[in-house]
Design a protein. Structure first.
Lengths: 245, 339
């Protein structure tokens, strides 16, 4: 005997209704990553962020594995609130309940964090991406990236996320999101292009936006390539080691 | 938060006042006057008490204020890193720069806390108003008329190790000091020797008219500084490496460091903090937050006289800018030290 379509639907509904309070109470982060949230609009994270949580460079989808729990939770809250705009991510964040956000953040934070093998002091050449990353451009009030994001860009505390382990596509996109695009006047053969407002304004104390605003397009590309090129060490992160600047 | 004091303060803004000895008699005097009163207490016998130590290291008072930058002029531009020559001299200069940026990691035997030269001298000692090396180096040997002493540049750096890095100064002829000196010398290429450069030191803002306020400083700290330096002022590390330096507590600069002066910290903060967003705090905010930071305990002043905070204040702190060493704040006398 097979269930009638109506009864089958009723069964499914009651089953999902039964499951709802459970998910609201203690959401399973790993289940959300693999299967999505209770709301179907909350698609499985891994479909874009990868099975291992290390992101997908081609789509500019960032690594989430090993990022600080508080940082991930804040980004999801900022997507919901519109402090960080993204057509793909905002609807997903909005579809996640508070408990689901907390569970996902915890699950990703528990995955291996990026490690860059400590090496000797680097001697960057002026003008390249490494120079910006390690020396900054203080004449424009731009600190070296590693001053806040840590040696080799491995991230510091809950506030400054790792840049190592992220793709050039993602880093570039974020710098542009903070910067927006300045308006371009009409040329002889080109039309005027209107300015695009920044789509990210969730940097604490406005620490990031003025930096991005002062970077040229070439510098954005170069510094993103530098961090993307650092690679990832297979050795576990050694807390007892010094990392040279 | 209010400093307990024997002085009546007519202003509505609480200004901590140093407590003199057991003095409870109300006194009405500006902060600066008090240090003048205490000056004669610097007796010669007291100064001779610990002659074993290099007495020239003990004087950490400031050089006269550097001139302001004339309108329309730029600060001195040190040579580019790419211009460091590729020879033995260049190697020494690079080694100096490495030590400057990684002091704790590369010279741990001399550093007793989690500070590195570059923490107070931003952009590898190149940034104006962040104690740049190109402005410091040409001022030494420095003659101080007040006590008829001469300090060399190496002695000044030894002072950094002893106080700011709460460590053991490397010997004057050590490899570490030679490399750091070579780095500062190279960075000063083309600067006018012996001439005070605009941008030297930290270009301190004038003391606010109504005084500073520690409680108001905490509000600034929580909003602007705690993000990196932590609510507890302990800073943040990656592995063993300090990324955001501790501002108080056992791993920070000690009570003898120049940065323990509120005026000095106010200058550093206003020009350089938050990182990349310097010149965004008002004079008042800079003084308030500097006072808040410097109203916390930190390692003892290594010049401590006979284990006595009051004696030490009289001899080394009373005439050294504006500071809270030996001052009672919130019912507790500062300068106890932490280990």
């Amino acid at each position: 005997m097979s269930l009638s379509p109506t009864r089958s639907l009723a069964f499914c509904l009651s089953a999902s209704l039964l499951a709802l309070p459970l998910q609201a109470g203690a959401a399973d982060g790993e289940a959300i990553i693999q299967q999505g949230g209770a709301n179907p609009a909350a698609m499985p994270c891994m479909s874009c962020h990868g099975a291992d949580g290390k992101g997908m460079a081609a789509g500019g989808f960032p690594r989430l594995a090993g990022l600080p729990e508080a940082y991930i939770a804040k980004q999801l809250a900022d997507f919901k609130a519109g402090r960080r705009e993204n057509p793909l991510m905002q609807p997903i964040a909005q579809a996640l309940g508070d408990a689901e956000v907390a569970a996902v953040a915890k699950a990703y934070a528990a995955k291996p964090k990026v490690n860059v093998k400590p090496g000797p002091v680097e001697r960057p050449k002026e003008g390249g991406g490494a120079w910006l990353a390690l020396r900054g451009a203080w004449d424009r009030h731009i600190p070296e990236c590693t001053l806040c994001h840590g040696p080799s860009g491995v991230g510091v505390g809950d506030v400054f996320p790792p840049l190592a382990g992220q793709s050039a596509e993602y880093i570039e996109a974020q710098l542009r999101a903070w910067r927006g695009t300045p308006a371009q006047p009409a040329g002889k053969k080109t039309k005027a292009v209107a300015a695009v407002a920044p789509t990210r304004s969730n940097d604490p104390n406005g620490l990031m936006r003025h930096i991005a605003a002062d970077l040229s397009e070439a510098e954005i590309k170069a510094v993103a390539a530098y961090f993307a090129g650092l690679g990832e060490s297979t050795e576990p992160f050694d807390e007892s080691q010094h990392r040279l600047r | 938060m209010r400093a307990s004091t024997g002085c009546a303060e007519p202003s509505s803004l609480p200004v901590p006042r140093p407590v003199t000895d057991q003095g409870t008699a109300p006194m009405k005097m500006p902060l600066r006057c008090l240090s003048v009163v205490l000056l004669p207490l610097l007796t010669t016998s007291a100064l001779a008490a610990d002659a074993a130590r290099n007495p020239r290291l003990d004087d950490q008072t400031q050089l006269p204020k550097a001139p302001a930058r004339p309108a329309g002029q730029t600060y001195f531009q040190p040579p580019a890193e790419a211009d460091i020559p590729h020879n033995a001299f260049g190697e020494l200069v690079r080694r100096g720069q490495d030590l400057f940026m990684n002091t704790k990691a590369l010279a741990p035997q001399y550093v007793g806390n989690e500070m590195n030269c570059v923490n107070c001298h931003i952009d590898r000692g190149r940034k104006a108003n962040s104690g740049p090396m190109w402005a410091a180096y040409p001022m030494y040997p420095a003659y101080r008329k007040k006590n008829n002493k001469v300090n060399t540049f190496v002695e000044r750096m030894q002072g950094c190790f002893q106080f700011s890095m709460n460590g053991k100064p490397p010997a004057a002829d050590s490899e570490v000091m030679t490399a750091l000196t070579a780095y500062a010398y190279w960075m000063s290429t083309g600067v006018h020797l012996g001439k005070a450069q605009p941008g030297r030191g930290f270009d301190e803002p004038p003391p606010p008219k109504g005084g500073y306020d520690i409680a108001r400083g905490k509000v600034v700290y929580d909003k602007q500084c705690a993000l990196c330096h932590g609510d507890d002022g302990a800073g943040k590390k990656v592995g063993a490496t300090s990324v955001f330096p501790p501002l108080w507590g056992k791993d920070s600069y000690n009570w003898g460091a120049g940065m323990h002066r509120i005026n000095t910290a106010a200058g550093f903060i206003q020009h350089n903090m938050p990182l990349g967003r310097g010149r965004t705090l008002s004079d008042q905010e800079a003084w308030d937050v500097a006072a808040y930071i410097n109203s916390h305990e930190r390692p003892q002043d290594p010049r401590l006289v006979n284990g006595d905070i009051d004696e030490t204040r009289k001899r080394y702190h009373a005439d050294d800018g504006v500071n809270l060493y030996g001052v009672v704040v919130d019912g507790r006398k500062l300068g106890q030290g932490v280990q």
